[in-house]
Design a protein around this ligand. Structure first.
Ligand code: SF4
Ligand code: SF4
Length: 435
């Protein structure tokens, strides 16, 4: 099996296909501290792409309440259990060289010494051929409840016996849940693609979006079995598998309502996000798979430079291109299992963002087009606040009313937003609609 390099696990790994990379890669950052679980993203996707026969239980975008919810049910617990069974006690990271692999940014979270889904695949002869990626087929029942256990918390409500209030103290709440919004990660090394015996799945060279060619698909469901995130889905009506298509017409600039000059626009689920948790973009990729240094691209800045946004289950080995700012109230061991060893550093930065990071965080949902570059115009200092850090120490955060500007692919400015939200006072006269 060929060997490819996976920067998220800090090492080479085996993958069924030769290394090849797109010019740019579709990627996104979700800030989980802000998701309110309103499902607007879910419905915007559903009403655009999956409202037809056979797609009733198909949710390309879903938002699940963690730790109990999941779509399909138990998807993460099941794949984690399979990996543990394949490599008992060995699914661990070594973080000694994190962020400084020979001076490069090659192993930003350290090195994962366990097995990826490709390395743990069951190569024994099976009636349906050997596996290319360790996986399983969810049952019909598991696909049936996309928002099961909505808003259900875990933990004890009592700090001490008879004393209410143990639930709301940072750095970790005793009673907690959070909303995990998910779409296909348009992985660099897709397990769905690796698993398809028909070569029906491909990655677009221009933007790295992963698509299933409906004319080649025969509905064997090997992609459904192989995707560790369970983001490839079977449609009985057509007997083919389908998945998120990254709203590629919008990425191609074809939605003139979102971008009148034909610049790439963000997907429907991103643009509709009420909580302003989502930012999607395109990052430059070199021939060898490394990200082209581009610190003024907000995604590059948050993911590669600051490492405040982390991949979902990097240990699976698919190099997902969805990244998450972890929720700061959730127990750390749970988050580290989910987002890797970079969690503590990401939460520390998010708890007290510096001047540049605070400005970049304002860009979320400032417009519908993809931001290729940002600029910051400095403003005056407006506040100084004491912040309690995750380790219990305090830090003084200086807040400046900077203005952040976002530019599209054609370097046209389309966002201009200040850190301090402007307020407007209504004149003291009678209004017919006053109550
Ligand atoms: S998340 Fe799953 S369906 Fe999407 S590209 Fe990765 S392996 Fe394929
Ligand atoms: S629209 Fe945004 S805030 Fe609402 S559930 Fe989706 S990701 Fe969360």
């Amino acid at each position: 099996m060929p060997t490819v390099h996976n920067w998220q696990i800090g090492r080479d790994m085996s993958y069924p296909h030769e290394e090849r990379h797109p010019e740019r890669q579709f990627a996104f950052v979700f800030n989980l501290n802000r998701c309110i679980g309103c499902q607007t993203c879910t419905m915007s996707c559903k009403s655009t792409w999956t409202f037809s026969k056979g797609q009733e239980l198909m949710w390309w975008n879903n938002v699940e309440s963690k730790p109990f919810g999941g779509y399909p049910q138990h998807w993460d617990a099941k794949i984690l259990a399979l990996l543990e069974e394949a490599n008992p006690g060995g699914q661990v990271w070594s973080t000694a060289g994190a962020g400084s692999d020979n001076g490069s940014d090659d192993a930003p979270y350290g090195r994962f010494d366990g097995m990826t889904v490709f390395e743990a695949a069951d190569k024994k002869p099976r009636p349906d051929g050997p596996q290319q990626a360790l996986g399983y087929l969810p049952t019909d029942d598991e696909w049936r409840h996309p928002n099961i256990h909505e808003d259900t918390a875990t933990g004890s409500h009592f700090k001490k016996e008879g004393q209410y209030g143990g639930s709301t103290e940072l750095p970790e709440h005793k009673v907690w849940f959070f909303h995990l919004a998910r779409i296909c990660n348009h992985c660099t090394y897709p397990a769905c693609l690796a698993s398809c015996p028909r070569n029906a799945i491909y990655k677009r060279p221009e933007d790295g979006i992963v698509l299933i060619d409906q004319s080649r698909c025969r509905g064997y469901r090997k992609c459904v079995e192989g995707c560790p995130y369970k983001k490839a889905m079977y449609r009985p009506e057509t007997r083919t598998s389908e998945k998120c298509i990254g709203c590629f017409p919008r990425i191609e600039g074809k939605d003139k309502s979102a971008s009148p000059t034909g610049a790439p626009a963000e997907t429907r689920c991103m643009a509709a996000c009420v909580g302003k948790i989502r930012m999607q973009g395109l990052v430059g990729i070199e021939e060898d798979g490394t990200w082209t240094p581009d610190p003024k691209n907000p995604l590059y800045f948050m993911i590669r430079e600051r490492k405040i946004a982390l991949p979902l289950y990097p240990q699976f080995g698919t190099e997902p291109n969805g990244f998450y700012i972890p929720p700061r109230w959730v127990p750390r061991n749970y988050l580290v299992q989910r987002f890797g060893p970079g969690v503590e550093d990401a939460i520390e930065q998010y708890s007290c963002p510096d001047r540049e990071l605070l400005a970049v965080l304002q860009l979320f949902r400032g417009g519908q087009q993809i931001i290729f570059r940002y600029e910051i115009e400095q403003g005056e200092k407006v506040a100084e606040v004491e912040v309690t850090m995750p380790d219990g120490t305090t830090k003084t955060q200086e807040i400046f009313n900077d203005t952040v500007l976002g530019f599209n692919k054609f370097d046209e400015e389309f966002i201009r937003i200040t850190v301090e939200e402007p307020t407007f006072e209504r004149p003291a006269e009678m209004h017919v609609n006053s109550i």
